[in-house]
Every structure is written in structure tokens, then in C-alpha cells.
Design a protein around this ligand. Structure first.
Ligand SMILES: [Zn+2]
Length: 66
């Protein structure tokens, strides 16, 4: 029987960091992935950002670099 496998991955658009719990779909994985990426943010310019990059981008904007 062929299983319907779906690759589930959350990655940062800026530094390409991939969430640790990325992998083949399972309800347990989704739960962990959601928990892990709770502090990740969707940005209008970049897309999905890890917490580090989100902080960096926010600081740059505050300083008026971008
Ligand atoms: Zn990042």
C-alpha cells in the first residue's frame, strides 16, 4: 500500500534555517513543528523568518537601514 507522504518543512527565508522538526507528515510532527515555530514570524517583505532574523530585520527597520 502506498502511503500519501507529504514533506512538512518550515524554513527561514533569510538565513535558510530549517525548523528542527521538519520532515514527513505525521500529526505528532505537525504538533511539534507548530510548537517549535511559534515564535517565527511572517514578514511582508521576506516571508517566513526565524526569531533571530525577525529581530535583525526589525532592528534594521528601526535604524532606518531599509
Ligand atoms: Zn533566519
Amino acid at each position: 500500500m502506498k502511503k500519501n507522504l507529504i514533506w512538512c518543512e518550515v524554513s527561514c527565508r533569510r538565513c535558510q534555517a530549517v525548523a528542527h522538526f521538519s520532515g514527513w507528515y505525521s500529526p505528532e510532527r505537525i504538533k511539534k513543528l507548530k510548537q517549535e515555530t511559534k515564535s517565527w514570524r511572517e514578514d511582508d517583505d521576506y516571508g517566513i523568518l526565524c526569531p533571530d532574523c525577525y529581530e535583525h530585520v526589525t532592528r534594521e527597520r528601526e535604524l532606518g537601514i531599509r
